[in-house]
Design a protein around this ligand. Sequence first.
Ligand SMILES: [Zn+2]
Length: 429
Amino acid sequence: MGRFVWAAALGIGAALAGSAALAQGGSQGFDVQAATQAYLDSLPAEARARSDAYFEGGYWLILWGLLWTLGACWLLLGTGLSARLRDRAERVTKARFVQVFLYAAGLILALTVQTLPWSIYTDFVREHQYGLSTQSFGAWAGEQAIGTALSLVITSLIVAVIYAVVRRSPRRWWLWGTGVAMVFLVVGIAISPVFIAPIFNDYKPLAEGPLRDRILSMARANGVPAEEVYMVDASRQTNRVSANVSGLFGTTRVSLNDNLLNRGTPEEVAAVMGHEIGHYALGHIDEALLKLGAVILAGFAFVHWAFPRVANGFGRGWGIRGVADPAGAPLALALFSLWFTLMTPVTNTITRSNEIEADIFGLNAAREPDAFATIALKLAEYRKLDPGPLEEFLFYTHPSGRNRIEMAMRWKAEHMREQAPVVGEAGKP
Ligand SMILES: [Zn+2]
């Protein structure tokens, strides 16, 4: 029933967009603003209020999440737990590298326990409150446990390697440390479609048919050597409509989730896949990695600068022997978390600017501006549709629904001018 009302609303919206365009007069006069507004108005007020509340609540979660992390780190330092954990690791072995690995594993366990109520609320309870999660508590907890187990091995290893760098180069560790972090990041991105993602979801090649043919044809036409499109059973966890590009080197792949396939029209799927092919063709993963590397470098430099100041100023009882002592890891983590929270608008803008490029690429590749607009409305289930400009700059990893629809309508208007109606009902004379 809900889906029917939804589809009807979209249909009315498209019709309104068409009549609004005609009302503005003539083939020249497709009114981009009116068409955009008609799509925006087609979203039921109740659905819009819910997604606004969900997304705006997320702004505060950034702040509370940081405070929770800072509190957890302060507790570990202030109670001397961090220093005791280090002492215990030192009693187990003389090998520094292994000491740090063991310490890091203990720290990850402690942090997991401390942040468990927060994770349960933000990842499980709240997602259910807004009807976005499809998981039982058992399934959710199981995935969390797997994630923690992976982190115990992988994150502990990364921490041990970085501390080895700090011991060797106490003055320049932030520079070499960035190099180490980038190597792990690159390896992580490259292996994740093959080794990590399949732990949580099934990836299957999309069934043969006109839709698959269309996507692969679009990929070939844009120089993307894709032989398969993957479908991921994201409905196991969420109701969100989504798709993505993942991997690096030989493992790069384009995947669409089953929610998109089940709820989207073939035109909408093509519009989204045009966008994803854009990420691939424009080399966005490499570009984002380089830019993110600069933020990480600055973050390590910030930790290098702030660590001794905070440790000497407040940390007399913490039992930290210096920056190379793993017992100070909660302080380094707190500073790094503070840095990345402050950098939120920067990292968001790094991704958002690529998303805008991929949107334009996708419009040109798929030539489905109306389907792009209706899919933007579906994405508005979990992203506020029409924010202010400052709000979008600060908090949006993707362009807002309003901007995406406007982009699509502008594309449509310009292409109506150069030839007879390209696509879509609203374009018919
Ligand atoms: Zn994207």
